[in-house]
Design a binder for this molecule. Structure first.
Ligand code: M6R
Length: 617
């Protein structure tokens, strides 16, 4: 076996459901539950474990919808040294006990991460519909392996997965093969490690990092036979594979909230530092410089238009990027939701720079859009947080944000560092295309470097935002209004509030509100108004008055130089030039969303129905 020094790419090895497996000298149940708890932040619709019972010679299962804590009470009967477990983010079949994993069919018990696209066809071919207990694609795969099983487990798995279309990571146990787990994968990850006690597998190193500082990623299209003595890995032809162990980066492994009640708060608080790192490590004499990222100026000089493609929060960073680039570089920029991109006949060619943005680097829609853009000959550049992720590998050029691991489902520091990269790209583009001279570009980056201090100022005064958030606690609906670059900043703020506090929120360009939506403003409707743009201040104030006169309770986030006595509930934002205000403004509104969620007693880090990495279309 060979050992590589390796910086662990935490997100690279993460997918939507969590898989855990253990076989060794200890009781499996406690180890599986501990691992599932660490995986829960990726999918938490339901949980389950199966343990091989040596007296009964079969796998016994406990599973239920809900969190791992709910599962714990059901596992007393599970005694044995070998088992598999799962936390689910539902795709096929509702969130229910029956659809929870593990699934059992005949002699086979398995857990699955991924999507089997041809499961309906397989169900008919196998003629098993009447025997299935769930609506899942995974149970059909279980039935298929059972059908292929003639005493040789490895061969059964190989024969079965050759018939599957889609993505999968499976951990499989057979009633006739005691104390042995089999694992196989295509796309969806499985990591493996070993200690003196036994062998461990998981979909995410977070679950097994406590047991060893060396692990390997199971190669795609290979089968691992796992016993307490270790791993026997072969390809589908039966040839032995010499797996490559990698060293765990212990700093990243540390899964600590550093005293904060939630990862989200910790990640919000980290922003001054990570924004500064993202910016200053790419400035040379005050001019943005991407030579350490191996990004050549040719792409900036050659492009005639730019298309930014991303999902969710990452797309919102692109909306800020569009305004920055169009204002400073006079290059037309379009922003696309990645899920719509390839279906919308996008106009791209070899003069188009396609910029994909993704925290995880694994979002399937963004990845597919990137592949499509490349197929059309576009120049490609990705802004990614996770080193070595699929999008970073697929892209011709990559600029990594320096946000560090982001654990909370709601993205915060990834967003602000993405926006920071857009400032750098804007300045570089303007410089190499002659739109800004040296003085112009250094003046731009001087203002840019004030952002971390402005963010710190807001964080130091977070108690004021906490106080203002009280007005939102009983709100069911809210509107956020702003003009110019404040509008895309509010799209992000609105998403934050929705996803973690379950308050329905809509962001509006203030001038647009009166073209219909103002009908929804009634007495007491909370409206969050953002006012940071000097040149639009008087118009924004008129729009605020319009909603106030219809009964709205306005909470205003106002840049200090625009502060006014005319509004009661205000949070004053530090003063930066107009186009540098979005990051401080969004940080203040991240805090607002955070306090509403935590004060409502919600699970801030794991909002309902969501998962951190979206690897299904
Ligand atoms: O990993 P990505 O940046 O590609 O993820 C994109 C979105 O799924 C993500 O930003 C999502 O909108 C967040 N939950 C928002 O907080």
């Amino acid at each position: 076996m060979s050992y590589d020094n390796y910086t662990y790419d935490i997100e690279r090895l993460v997918s939507m459901c969590g898989i855990m497996g253990y076989t060794g000298c200890s009781q499996a149940t406690g180890i599986l539950l501990k691992g599932l708890k660490a995986l829960e932040y990726r999918g938490y619709d339901s949980a389950g474990i199966s343990v091989f019972h040596n007296d009964f010679n079969e796998c016994l299962t406990a599973k239920c919808k809900g969190r791992v804590d709910a599962l714990k009470n059901k596992t007393d009967d599970l005694k044995g040294n070998t088992g598999i477990g799962h936390t689910r983010w539902a795709t096929h079949g509702s969130v229910s006990d029956e659809n929870s994993h593990p699934h059992k069919f005949g002699r086979v018990t398995l857990v699955h991460n991924g999507i089997i696209e041809n499961y309906e066809t397989l169900k008919n071919t196998l003629n098993v519909a009447h025997r299935l207990k769930s609506q899942t694609d995974s149970e059909v795969a279980c039935a298929l392996i059972d059908r292929c099983f003639n005493g040789n487990p490895r061969q059964a798995i190989i024969d079965a997965v050759k018939k599957l279309e889609g993505t999968y990571a499976f951990a499989v146990m057979f009633d006739t093969v005691p104390n042995t787990i089999y694992a196989v994968r295509n796309v969806s990850p499985i990591v493996c490690c070993k200690d003196d006690d036994g062998a461990y597998i998981a979909s995410d190193i977070m679950a097994i990092g406590d047991y060893s500082d060396e692990y390997f990623v199971l190669p795609e299209f290979s089968v691992a036979e796992i016993t307490k003595d270790g791993f026997d890995v072969t390809d589908f032809e039966g040839n032995k594979i010499d797996v490559k162990y990698q060293r765990l980066d212990w700093d990243i492994k540390s899964n600590s909230k550093c005293g904060y009640p939630f990862y989200m708060e910790k990640e919000i608080m980290e922003q001054p530092e990570v924004i500064e790192k993202t910016i200053t490590t790419r400035l040379k004499d005050g001019v943005p410089d991407f030579s350490k990222d191996y990004v050549d100026d040719d792409i900036f000089k050659k492009c005639k238009s730019i298309s930014i493609v991303a999902c969710g929060t990452a797309m919102h960073s692109g909306l800020i990027g569009k305004q920055l680039i169009e204002n400073n570089c006079s290059i037309p920029v379009t922003v696309h939701m990645a899920s719509e991109f390839i279906y919308s006949s996008p106009i791209i060619d070899d003069n188009t720079l396609v910029i994909c943005v993704s925290q995880s680097g694994e979002t399937i829609d963004t990845l597919e859009a990137l592949k499509y853009a490349k197929s059309q000959g576009a120049l490609t550049l990705s802004i990614v947080n996770v080193r070595g992720s699929s999008i970073s590998r697929e892209s011709d050029n990559v600029i990594y944000t320096d946000a560090g691991p982001e654990i909370a489902v709601a993205s915060t520091k990834a967003y602000t560092t993405q926006v920071a990269v857009f400032y750098l790209i804007t300045a570089r583009l303007a410089y190499v295309r002659g739109m800004l001279n040296f003085e112009g570009v250094t003046s731009f980056t001087r203002e840019l470097q004030k952002i971390p201090g402005a963010v710190k100022n807001i964080l130091d005064r977070r108690g004021e935002i906490h106080f203002l958030s009280g007005a939102m606690l009983s709100a069911e609906h809210t509107f956020m209004i702003g003009r110019g670059i404040d509008y895309p900043a509010l799209l992000e703020a609105s998403l934050k509030l929705k996803e973690i506090s379950y308050v329905h929120s809509e962001a509006f360009a203030s001038g647009e509100l009166k073209h219909g939506t103002i009908a929804l403003i009634t007495q007491g409707t909370p409206v969050i108004a953002l006012m940071t743009q000097q040149y639009l201040a008087s118009k924004q104030m008129s729009n605020i008055k319009e909603v106030q006169s219809r009964g709205a309770e306005v909470i205003a986030f106002i840049r200090s130089s625009l502060d006014t006595d005319e509004l009661d509930s205000t949070f004053v934002l530090p003063d930066l030039d107009d186009e540098f205000m979005p990051i401080p403004a969004v940080v203040a509104l991240q805090l607002l969303a955070y306090y509403v969620s935590s004060d409502k007693g919600l699970d801030v880090d794991k909002p309902r129905n969501l998962a951190k990495v979206v690897t299904v279309e």
